[in-house]
Every structure is written in C-alpha cells, then in structure tokens.
Design a protein around this ligand. Structure first.
Ligand SMILES: *[C@@H]1O[C@H](CO)[C@@H](O)[C@H](O)[C@H]1NC(C)=O
Ligand SMILES: *[C@@H]1O[C@H](CO)[C@@H](O)[C@H](O)[C@H]1NC(C)=O
Ligand SMILES: *[C@@H]1O[C@H](CO)[C@@H](O)[C@H](O)[C@H]1NC(C)=O
Length: 372
C-alpha cells in the first residue's frame, strides 16, 4: 500500500512538473511499429500460427525479460527495440495483442508487427495465423480512437505528429516470390518488375493511409539481402560462402523502387510529413562481406537450428550442433533472422549514420525534428 501510494504521489508530481515545462522540451517516446518478424515483439504469441518464437532459445539474451522468450524472432532485441531504447524509451512498445498493451500507448507507443506477415494480404498464408499490414493499420485505427478519447483532439494530433512510425515489411512477400516451392497465390508468377511495382504500390497505399490517420514521421525500411539468409541459400543449394544472386536482384530492384517512392512521398507531403528510407540492405551486405572486421566468426551460418531444412531453432536440445556457443559471433540467429549483435550494428547506423544508411536524414534527426 505504502509503496503504491508513494509511486502514485511521485507520478502526480512528475505530471505537475511536466505541465510547467515548455511543450517543445517534452519529447514523447512513442513508436508505432508495423511489419513482420523482424520487428514482431510478441503479437504472434496470441495467434494460432506456425510462425512463433515463444520458446527457448528465442529471447535468451533479451535483458528486459531476463532471457525468457517474448515472441521476438531473435536472441535479443530487434532493430525497432534498439532504436526505441536509444531514443529514450523507458519501456519498449508492447505488442498490440497483449492484454494490457493499451496502458502503454501514451508513453511507449504500440508494436503491431507480426511474424510471417507481408504487404500483400495473402503472404504467409502457409503459416495460418498472422496480421497482414492492412490489418495492422486497422488496429492502429482502434488505438487512435482510444487516444482521441483519452487525450482529446488537439493533444492527440500533437502526439501523433511527434511519434515515430516504423514500417519494416516486404521481406516475406519477396521470400515467397523467390521460393520455387511456393505457389504464387495459385497463379502464374508475374515478372519481377511487375511484382516489385505492385508491392511498392500497395505499401504506398498503406503509408498514405497512416498519413491520413495522423502519422507525420515515417521510418520506411527496405528489405535486407534475402539471397544471403540461410533459408534461401539452402533452398537454392548455394555453395559455402555464396549468396543467391537472383534473390538479391529481386530484392535490390524492389529497394530501388521503394527509395524513389519515399522521395516522391517527401515531395508530395512535405514539409508537414517526413519519410526516411533506411538502407539495411547495404549495411548487412557490408557486414557479411567484412564480418571479421565487425567481430563475427560466421557471416552466413545461423547460430541456431542448423543450415539445412527443417531449420528447427525452437524446442531444440542443448547440443552444439543446433545452438552455437557464442551468439555474439554470428550474423544470423536462425535461418531467417539476424542476431541481436547484428541488429545492434544495423540500428546504430540507421540512428546516427549518413545518407548511405538513412536518407534524407537519419532516424535520430527524424525523431528530434520539430514541426513548426
Ligand atoms: C502487462 O502485464 C505484464 C504481466 O502482468 C507486465 O509484465 C507488463 O509490464 C504489463 N505491461 C504494461 C504495458 O502495463
Ligand atoms: C496491390 O497489389 C495487387 C497485386 O498483387 C494489385 O492488384 C493491386 O492493385 C495493388 N493495390 C494497390 C493499392 O496498389
Ligand atoms: C542449456 O544450457 C544452458 C547453459 O548453456 C543451461 O543454463 C540450460 O539449463 C540448458 N537447458 C536445458 C534444457 O538443458
């Protein structure tokens, strides 16, 4: 009782102090995160799906949970987590589907990311449960209605204007496109250029919708070098040390079109909105090519689950063949996802790097930018 009263009193005090600080000095640390397993913070734990990371060794290095799995598809923090923490978040944006997530909206934002989801609604249907990007934005609309109710229109508008909207999607759409075994929605595969255009066009539609809903600061992620992930390398029987050039070509083509779209969005909606394109592709490629300089021992093998199907990282025995001994020495955690060690390097460059990493400004500059 006494303790909770003390906490209550101090939060009243803090609230009172905040009122006398000029509003420009109050930086809300809300992140609204959309996308796939690269940013999922646990939403898939609440779904019936084959795409889950809810058992050890997932999360083994995640400090906030003491090493317990949280549904994140890596051993520690995702790139979105690392950016949130670096920008001053006291607690990371919780998964939307967590029962009490709404309590954290004003302080931390919400994470709508969902493993195996894509920009296209059909992507990931093999895994059954997932939240496609369209539905993630529907969920955001519900969050917005709730914030309007609690904050009122003016404060809510200001709140969304300052929050970061991080969108990391497209990997699963491209993965399905390049996977020889996956029927492309039961139809003939379109040629790569048509496919890339459709993907960018669908994503543009969703970015505009978020913009209409009040989002002003966007971090739009490209897609990393999918031809180098252990899953694609195994599918295409790549020799040791080689990435699939064809998968990387489809990805690079998409990224080029995405970057042009982001530049167009800045022209069309600026200066009231800002879109930052992040170039994880080149950063991860550079790490893979010079992995020793970055402190890694392995560039292309996963730490967990082995390099060949069925790539089981979940529920594995504690044997050295399925889990590496030093997780900080691997770029890849499992057949699809980077380790926290790799995520830390990538996130650091997106936050503070030059225009080769994030353009036209980096993520920290976007976060600190003040609209007049
Ligand atoms: C939600 O509940 C869990 C478990 O009770 C707790 O650990 C977490 O901090 C809560 N999150 C929020 C945002 O209140
Ligand atoms: C989304 O992509 C599909 C092709 O898969 C296309 O038919 C549709 O027109 C696109 N929608 C938008 C809004 O671009
Ligand atoms: C796996 O090994 C770690 C130490 O490397 C140990 O703490 C843990 O209890 C082991 N888990 C199982 C299921 O044997």
């Amino acid at each position: 009782m006494a303790l909770s009263r003390a906490i209550y009193c101090s939060s009243v005090l803090i609230a009172a102090l905040l009122l006398v600080v000029p509003s420009s000095a109050v930086v809300p640390h809300a992140l609204f995160i959309f996308g796939d397993s690269l940013v999922d913070a646990g939403n898939n734990d609440y779904l019936v799906t084959l795409s889950k990371a809810n058992a050890p060794p997932y999360g083994v290095d995640f400090a906030f949970s003491g090493g317990e799995p949280t549904g994140r598809f890596t051993n520690g923090m995702t790139i979105a987590d690392i950016m949130g923490e670096a920008l001053g978040q006291k607690s990371l944006a919780p998964p939307y589907l967590a029962p009490n997530s709404s309590a954290a909206v004003a302080s931390s934002g919400i994470n709508y990311g969902s493993g195996s989801s894509g920009i296209f609604d059909d992507t990931g249907s093999f895994y059954i449960g997932r939240i496609p990007l369209r539905q993630q934005i529907d969920y955001f609309e519900k969050t917005k209605a709730q914030i309007l109710e609690t904050m009122g229109e003016e404060a809510a508008t200001d709140f969304f204007k300052k929050a970061l909207f991080v969108i990391a999607a497209g990997s699963n759409d491209i993965l399905e496109y390049v996977s020889p075994s996956v029927p492309f929605f039961g139809r003939e595969k379109p040629d790569p250029s048509y496919f890339q255009d459709a993907l960018v066009s669908n994503l543009t539609f969703y970015l505009k919708r978020l913009n209409e809903l009040g989002a002003r600061k966007f971090v739009v992620s490209d897609v990393g070098p999918l031809g180098c992930i252990p899953y694609v390398r195994a599918l295409e029987f790549m020799p040791a040390g080689e990435c699939s050039a064809s998968a990387n070509r489809v990805t690079e083509g998409y990224n080029k079109k995405l970057k042009r779209m982001v530049e167009r969005m800045n022209q069309e909606t600026g200066p009231e909105s800002k879109f930052v394109y992040t170039n994880t592709y080149d950063i991860v490629m550079e790490i893979i090519q010079n992995y020793r300089q970055y402190g890694f021992d392995s560039a292309l093998d996963p730490c967990c689950g082995g390099s060949f199907p069925p790539f089981l990282c979940i529920g594995i025995a504690n044997s050295s063949s399925s889990l590496c001994s030093d997780r900080s020495k691997y770029v890849f955690w499992d057949a699809f996802h980077p380790t926290e060690a790799a995520n830390l390097i990538v996130a650091g460059k997106l936050l503070d790097g030059d225009a080769a990493a994030a353009s036209p400004i980096n993520v920290r500059e976007l976060f600190q930018y003040e609209y007049k």
